[in-house]
Design a protein around this ligand. Structure first.
Ligand code: ZN
Length: 114
């Protein structure tokens, strides 16, 4: 029964959970799900300012330094895992590695958010 979760785990109203976003700290290579905030959120571990990403973001393992470098690169280029679409409306897949990320950032620079 590993997957069993006590009902209290689900007790939060759904509407609340929908306003949670991943906040990431690139120093600690960690993501924390927090409600949106008007003031900067600081990392609970190192107190650095965290970056809010789109809910579609899923954090790499802390030990996967390459993947975190890629994420940091993309965020620096204005891609916070928001949906990126081709001119024909089809959804663009986010790059899987650093080499793809560089090509992606160049190709979709006009879709970046700064
Ligand atoms: Zn940190």
């Amino acid at each position: 029964m590993k997957t069993f979760k006590h009902h209290s785990y689900f007790a939060k109203p759904r509407a609340d959970q929908q306003h949670f976003f991943p906040y990431v700290c690139f120093n600690c290579r960690k993501a924390f799900r927090k409600p949106d905030s008007d003031t900067p959120r600081l990392c609970p571990q190192c107190r650095a300012e965290m970056v809010m990403l789109n809910r579609k973001f899923s954090a790499p393992k802390m030990t996967d330094v390459e993947q975190w470098r890629k994420v940091e690169f993309l965020v620096g280029c204005g891609f916070r895992f928001q949906s990126v679409h081709e001119a024909d409306g089809s959804l663009v897949r986010y790059p899987a590695n650093m080499a793809e990320a560089r090509a992606f950032a160049e190709k979709y620079a006009h879709r970046a958010r700064t």
